[in-house]
Design a protein around this ligand. Structure first.
Ligand code: HEM
Ligand code: HEM
Length: 222
């Protein structure tokens, strides 16, 4: 069998630890979204399907998942500090040509004819990364606050911010899942970069992250 190191048709965009971190994060966030939306739409007294299957009430499930996400965030800024710094630096970068990329994006998502950009993330991903990071941080902060405070005006404010952060983060995450699952023609093949061994086809990388691929190849030749 061909070893991956010898394959030239695929490229590794994310290391195994990053792929595992991503998978644990999204399982946790999906559980939080499901239980959070269940609670905020007035179903608190009725167990959701998740609560029925596990036998654990929704509020408790939500709190467990909340602490898990908190733990993942702490791990990201401690054990994963280097990766977290790179993620942040690549998310705040802005280059000439990014606006052109953004203008062409709605059509390119369907045709695959993206304008050039030089980042590890495309300009759309960068915007999404920053929004999701800020909102998840707000959800963690206010979530812990809700557990620490016992009623009163502080509780009302924490709950308000917690709820509004949910309203804002939900469409961004749904957009991320739609794009990253590769169902849009322009993004076909991207899911492999983060799943099933992380072997992204080179032609997909060239179409969507051309500057990153060139840098990756240059480093690999050294
Ligand atoms: C993706 C992240 C999260 C989402 C989308 C989310 C969403 C929600 C929503 C929609 C509610 C119901 C608010 C209401 O209508 O009153 C809620 C309640 C709550 N959340 Fe979160 N949450 C998240 C993370 C967290 C975290 C990290 C914690 C704590 C560590 C947490 C703790 C709580 C608590 C304590 C409540 C109140 C539960 C109750 O009704 O007693 N959440 N969350
Ligand atoms: C719901 C919680 C999730 C969160 C918080 C999350 C977060 C992230 C972040 C921050 C990135 C880095 C770059 C980017 O913005 O694309 C990423 C990449 C990625 N995610 Fe997610 N994700 C979630 C769910 C999912 C799901 C359910 C899928 C399944 C299709 C997925 C597939 C991917 C893929 C394929 C990439 C790599 C894109 C690339 O090569 O740059 N994500 N995710």
């Amino acid at each position: 069998m061909t070893r991956q190191a010898e394959r030239t048709d695929v490229v590794e965009r994310y290391t195994r630890p990053t792929r595992w971190f991503h998978a644990l994060t999204y399982l946790t966030v999906l559980a939080l979204l499901a239980t959070g939306w269940w609670l905020t739409t007035g179903h608190e007294g009725r167990p959701s399907m998740l609560a029925t299957v596990t036998g654990v009430p929704d509020v408790t499930l939500h709190t467990y998942a909340g602490w898990t996400l908190t733990g993942l965030a702490v791990a990201a800024v401690t054990v994963g500090a280097r990766a977290a710094r790179t993620f942040l630096a690549e998310s705040v970068r802005a280059d000439r040509g990014d606006l052109r990329w953004l203008r062409r994006w709605p059509v390119a998502a369907l045709t695959g004819r993206f304008a050039r950009h030089d980042g590890h993330f495309d300009p759309g991903q960068r915007i999404a990364n920053l929004i999701v990071t800020v909102l998840l941080a707000a959800l963690i902060g206010t979530g812990i606050g809700l557990l620490a405070v016992d009623g009163g005006p502080a509780f009302v404010w924490l709950q308000r911010i917690h709820r509004w952060s949910t309203y804002l983060v939900t469409p961004v995450l749904l957009g991320h899942i739609l794009i990253a699952s590769g169902v849009l023609p322009g993004y076909r093949g991207v899911a492999r970069g983060m799943h099933l061994g992380g072997k992204l086809r080179v032609e997909v990388a060239r179409r969507i992250w051309p500057g990153w691929l060139e840098l990756h190849n240059k480093r690999a030749r050294k």
